[in-house]
Design a protein around this ligand. Structure first.
Ligand SMILES: [Fe+2]
Ligand SMILES: [Fe+2]
Length: 220
C-alpha cells in the first residue's frame, strides 16, 4: 500500500480548523506530502462522528484490551506448545506482546481512560483461543497467530491514519507495534500456518471473532 492510499478521505470538509498550528506544514495542502496522516485528529470528520477526545479514548481502550487478549492467546499457546520446537518462536512473540500491553497499561493510566469492562472475558477467551488452536497442532496455533495479527494490522493502520500531528507519539507507538504484529504474522506463515487442514474456515472464524472483540472493546 502506498502512502497515498493510507491517507484518510477528507470527505469534502473544509480545512483550516481552529486547532491547526501550521508549524510543521510546508504549505502544500493535500498534495503528495511525505507525511500521510491528517494534520489533527478528527480532521474531516462529519456531524455524528466521534469528537477527537472520544476517538482517542476509544483507541486507547481497545488497544489495551487487544494487547491483553494477545498476551492471553500466547499464554494459551505456550501452555500447550512451550516445549515444542515452535516454543522459542512463540515465547519471543509473547515477550513482545507483554511489552505492548505494558505500554498500553501506562497510556491508559496516564490518560485516565476507563479500561474495557470485558477484560475478564478476554482473559478467558484469549487463553482458550490460544490453547485450543495449539491443541490442534503447531501449524494451527500459527494459523491463529496469522489470522489475529492480520486483523490487528488493519486495525492499527486505520488508527494511525486517524491520528493527527498533536498525537504523533501515540501514532508512532501504534506504528511500531503494528510492525511487530506483522513480524508475528510472518513468523506464523514461516511456520506453515497455511498448511493447517481447514486453514481458510479456521482463519475466517478467528478473524470474525477478533473483529467482534475489537468492536465490543471500543464500546464497552
Ligand atoms: Fe501486540
Ligand atoms: Fe502480536
Amino acid at each position: 500500500m502506498t502512502d497515498d492510499q493510507q491517507q484518510p478521505k477528507h470527505r469534502g470538509a473544509p480545512h483550516g480548523g481552529a486547532r491547526e498550528s501550521g508549524a510543521r506544514h510546508n504549505g502544500t495542502q493535500d498534495s503528495g506530502d511525505q507525511y500521510a496522516g491528517p494534520r489533527y485528529t478528527g480532521e474531516g470528520r462529519l456531524p455524528g462522528d466521534l469528537a477527537p477526545e472520544a476517538l482517542i479514548e476509544r483507541m486507547v481502550r481497545v488497544n489495551h484490551a487487544g494487547e491483553y487478549g494477545a498476551r492471553r492467546i500466547y499464554e494459551g499457546q505456550l501452555a500447550i506448545l512451550g516445549r515444542s520446537k515452535s516454543g522459542p518462536a512463540i515465547r519471543h512473540m509473547y515477550e513482545q506482546e507483554r511489552e505492548h500491553l505494558e505500554t498500553f497499561e501506562r497510556i491508559i493510566a496516564e490518560r485516565r481512560v476507563r479500561p474495557t469492562a470485558l477484560q475478564p472475558l478476554w482473559h478467558i477467551a484469549g487463553f482458550a483461543l490460544g490453547a485450543s488452536t495449539a491443541l490442534l497442532g503447531e501449524k494451527a496455533a500459527m494459523a491463529c497467530t496469522v489470522a489475529v495479527e492480520e486483523v490487528i494490522d488493519e486495525h492499527y493502520a486505520k488508527q494511525a491514519a486517524q491520528l493527527g500531528e498533536e498525537e504523533s507519539a501515540l501514532r508512532e507507538t501504534i506504528e511500531r507495534f503494528r510492525a511487530e504484529e506483522l513480524e508475528h504474522r510472518d513468523t506464523g506463515l514461516a511456520h506453515g500456518a497455511e498448511e493447517t487442514p481447514g486453514y481458510e474456515p479456521l482463519s475466517a472464524a478467528i478473524k470474525a471473532g477478533s473483529r467482534l472483540a475489537i468492536w465490543l472493546s471500543e464500546r464497552f
